[in-house]
Write a protein that binds this ligand. Structure first.
Ligand SMILES: C[S@@+](CC[C@H](N)C(=O)[O-])C[C@H]1O[C@@H](n2cnc3c(N)ncnc32)[C@H](O)[C@@H]1O
Ligand SMILES: O=[N+]([O-])c1ccc2c(c1)CN[C@@H](CO)C2
Length: 265
């Protein structure tokens, strides 16, 4: 288990601002082309919610980090959104965005893009206000614990999202699969799960921190989801173009999975 402790220690140096700079600013955050990675991720999420299949009272995001893009299409379909992260610094970054602090990261290009692709004529300031109102809890989490939230969550969530967390916090494959089992206890039977992650990545940088990543392939993710009792509705992969391999990691691509936890047998 010491390797899980080593992962936790490596995250103490995680710098949210550097992480945001590396992954959520140009060139990776280029909205001029649908071929760019960030528009691809936002489109996967918008299309999943546009099916109308994913709705309910509470959605939980696992390993939210300092980002909110992954919640922009979700916020129209839930009353309450619970964000979670292992690091207090990330929970604080989220709180500052929710409170509209002037020095918070500017997500407006993302919010404008999602309003555009959703095509509902929603004003971006409305969507920003709606997400801030629904982001009611920002909780500590450790996906390596059988009860990742401790005793915090009183009843299972109606839906779950997780982006770039499991493979970035698991020292090896068995640990990834155990973490997936652990977070699956937070989702109600029949609940939908949207999972985004890195393909065949072994490290990424976040300021002083160099984080180890367990390299995963499409087949591994599909197998882990099946073993954790999910039916897969949609699975897509994005190949990282050379121009977006900028030295902040060695990621080969990004996967998107829309899965549903099978009802109790
Ligand atoms: C690569 S970042 C992903 C952030 C964000 N979801 C995104 O899409 O960019 C991984 C996140 O996992 C968090 N994390 C680290 N150890 C964790 C653990 N044991 N359980 C849950 N989250 C953890 C980190 O604090 C970090 O915010
Ligand atoms: O291309 N992207 O949009 C993007 C966004 C976030 C992350 C990556 C790539 C690759 N590294 C992961 C951490 O394992 C985080």
């Amino acid at each position: 288990m010491s390797s899980i402790i080593a992962v936790g220690e490596s995250y103490q140096k995680f710098n949210p601002r550097a992480y945001l700079q590396n992954n959520y600013m140009p060139p990776r955050a280029d909205f001029s082309s649908e071929d760019c990675v960030v528009p691809w991720k936002l489109r996967c999420l918008a299309e999943a919610f546009a099916t109308g299949k994913i709705h309910g009272h509470t959605l939980i995001d696992i390993g939210t980090g300092p980002t909110i893009y992954q919640l922009l299409s979700a916020c129209d379909h839930f009353e309450e959104i619970i964000a979670t992260d292992y690091l207090a610094v990330n929970r604080e970054v989220l709180r500052r965005w929710v409170q509209g602090e002037p020095d918070a990261f500017d997500w407006s290009p993302y919010i404008k893009h999602v309003c555009r692709i959703e095509g509902k004529g929603e004003q971006w300031k409305e969507k920003e206000k709606k997400l801030r109102e629904k982001l009611k809890q920002i909780l500590p989490i450790d996906v390596h614990q059988p009860k990742p939230l401790g005793s915090e969550l009183c009843h299972p969530a109606d839906a779950m999202v997780s982006t770039f967390c499991l493979e970035a916090v698991s020292p090896d494959w068995p640990s990834f699969e155990r973490a997936l089992q652990n977070i699956t206890t937070l989702l109600k039977p029949g609940g939908h799960f949207l999972l985004i992650g890195a393909l065949e990545e072994s490290f990424y940088l976040a300021g002083e921190a160099k984080l180890s990543v367990v390299p995963v392939r499409e087949a591994d993710v599909k197998e882990a989801l099946a073993k954790s009792g999910y039916q897969i509705h949609d699975f897509r992969s994005y190949v990282m173009p050379p121009g977006l391999k900028i030295g902040v990691d060695d990621v080969s691509g990004v996967f998107f999975a829309h899965a549903q936890k099978k009802p109790m047998a």
